[in-house]
Design a protein around this ligand. Structure first.
Ligand SMILES: Nc1ncnc2c1ncn2[C@@H]1O[C@H](COP(=O)(O)OP(=O)(O)OP(=O)(O)O)[C@@H](O)[C@H]1O
Length: 264
């Protein structure tokens, strides 16, 4: 079967700095895959290039959403990429802090609703029905991420871990076939991280959404991933199962090198 995401020779230069160097990666339907690597390896740049935030210097990105035709998404604008079913969360949380939890998710849903400006002003019955359906749908997502009780709370009043779960709900509201999570466990305590592990599995199993996550929490990565891609200095240095990655000398060197640097 065609991979649902196929990235070939992805390259990104910032002036003289090559942040991505001919990176290849593929994701199959139903997989949970991790992208790991020391700080500055190029992981977030990789997400930014495939979601249209950066226009890559070179390479090819194509998607094959289940049951639909495949297409190249190189250079496509972020909202169109989302429209094609690739949703993401951000390393630095990007919620609307002064809007409620429910409103934040409804904004995510906007990609899939039809009411335009006129509809929003005159609110014919069809628009009212769509609004009701949207609220119900978004409430369902909030239940899934365990934020049902906080629907009317302002996003800024949520704990860090809860804000990360809200970002996941907002991304899910766009109906993705693939969800990219950028450090979802950052700032979470051990208990929240276990809950996150269960949530990610539930999203994959119940909602049939495949997952690619960038994460520094190695316990989470090793537990949850079926395959792991490892980057260092902009290049992919390894890929394999958690067991293969744990034993890979190049990976061990990349991480030990980082520890050794941190000692100085
Ligand atoms: N907009 C930009 N302009 C210039 N350089 C950039 C830009 N974005 C990223 N870089 C550089 O590209 C390299 C890769 O950065 P990136 O943020 O992708 O790494 P990362 O693996 O996500 O790191 P971390 O784990 O710390 O988040 C770094 O050297 C970074 O300074």
């Amino acid at each position: 079967m065609e991979p649902i995401l196929k990235v070939q020779n992805l390259t990104m230069d910032f002036g003289g700095l090559r942040a991505l160097n001919r990176v290849n990666l593929d994701i199959r339907e139903g997989e949970i895959v991790a992208l790991i690597g020391p700080n500055g390896a190029g992981k977030t740049t990789f997400f930014n290039c495939i979601t249209g935030i950066y226009k890559p210097t070179g390479g090819d990105v194509s998607i094959h959403p289940p049951g639909r035709d495949g297409l190249r998404i190189n250079g496509m604008k972020p909202n169109r990429v989302t429209g094609h079913g690739l949703a993401r969360t951000f390393q630095n949380i990007r919620l609307f802090p002064n809007m409620t939890v429910l409103e934040n998710v409804m904004i995510g849903r906007h990609v899939r609703t039809k009411a335009g400006v006129l509809g929003a002003v005159f609110r014919p019955p069809s628009v009212k029905k769509e609004e009701r359906d949207t609220v119900e749908y978004c409430y369902g997502l909030l239940k899934k991420v365990n934020l049902a009780r906080e629907v009317n709370e302002l996003a800024k009043n949520l704990s860090y871990g809860a804000q990360r779960r809200l970002e996941i709900a907002r991304a899910m509201a766009t109906d993705p076939f693939l969800l990219l999570l950028d450090e979802p466990a950052a700032g979470m305590n051990a208990y929240e991280t276990i809950e996150l592990d269960q949530l990610i599995r539930k999203i994959r199993d119940e909602d049939k959404i495949s997952i690619l996550l960038i994460e520094h929490d190695m316990k989470l990565v090793m537990n949850i991933s079926e395959r792991i891609f490892v980057m260092d200095y902009g290049s992919k240095i390894a890929q394999g199962t958690p067991l293969e990655i744990k034993q890979n000398p190049l990976v061990i060197k990349a991480y030990l090198g980082e520890d050794a640097d941190a000692d100085h």
